[in-house]
Design a protein around this ligand. Structure first.
Ligand SMILES: CC(C)(COP(=O)(O)OP(=O)(O)OC[C@H]1O[C@@H](n2cnc3c(N)ncnc32)[C@H](O)[C@@H]1OP(=O)(O)O)[C@@H](O)C(=O)NCCC(=O)NCCS
Length: 155
């Protein structure tokens, strides 16, 4: 097994959570979308670091749509995994939900797709291991992610 041996999608899976406090509020008293974007970027980067075992930088962020407002006092749960690998770039898919920590009720808020590039010690893009699927459902997600990356590069 070398440092470029393929790795499974599940290997990269990572979860983070943060309690939404008053400093995260917008003028309406709900959570400011920028905080969720920052957390999504961090979670995606962590999945990519786990996959590539390299530091990474964000090179592209797809549009984000927020389906539900998140309230102050909610716990925001984010889960990310690597869904595409090129030579030096990877896509992470991030799933975001808001949880009421008292009732335990969880509400899906949004999904995000972000692309990162792995860097070597000198800050140059460096080759990464390929991501592989273990199930047909994962293979489907890899196929769709490949199409998303082709579209980004076309744009
Ligand atoms: C990311 C960065 C290192 C890439 O450097 P570069 O010289 O452009 O490198 P390349 O052209 O070889 O591209 C590297 C990879 O990124 C991919 N890429 C570049 N632009 C992209 C885009 N808009 N969307 C998706 N992928 C992109 C390329 O396809 C390539 O992938 P591959 O190796 O898997 O085929 C450089 O652009 C950079 O430092 N950007 C700033 C990163 C940063 O500061 N992020 C935080 C911003 S707040």
């Amino acid at each position: 097994m070398t440092e470029l041996s393929p790795k499974t999608m599940s290997h990269s899976q990572i979860s983070i959570a943060q309690l939404m406090q008053p400093e995260h509020a917008n003028n309406l008293g709900n959570v400011h979308g920028g905080w969720i974007m920052k957390l999504a970027d961090e979670c995606g980067a962590l999945a990519c670091m786990r996959h590539a075992q390299r530091r990474v930088v964000t090179v592209a962020v797809d549009s984000m749509t927020f389906q539900q407002p998140i309230k102050i006092g909610d716990l925001v749960n984010l889960r990310a995994e690597v869904t595409y690998t090129g030579r030096t770039s990877m896509e992470a898919e991030v799933h975001v939900e808001a949880e009421n920590p008292i009732t335990g009720v969880k509400v899906y808020t949004n999904n995000a797709h972000l692309v990162y590039v792995a860097l070597d010690e000198t800050g140059k893009p460096v080759e990464i291991p390929q991501v592989i699927a273990e199930t047909p459902a994962e293979q489907y997600r890899l196929d769709i992610a490949k199409q998303r990356q082709a579209l980004r590069l076309k744009r």
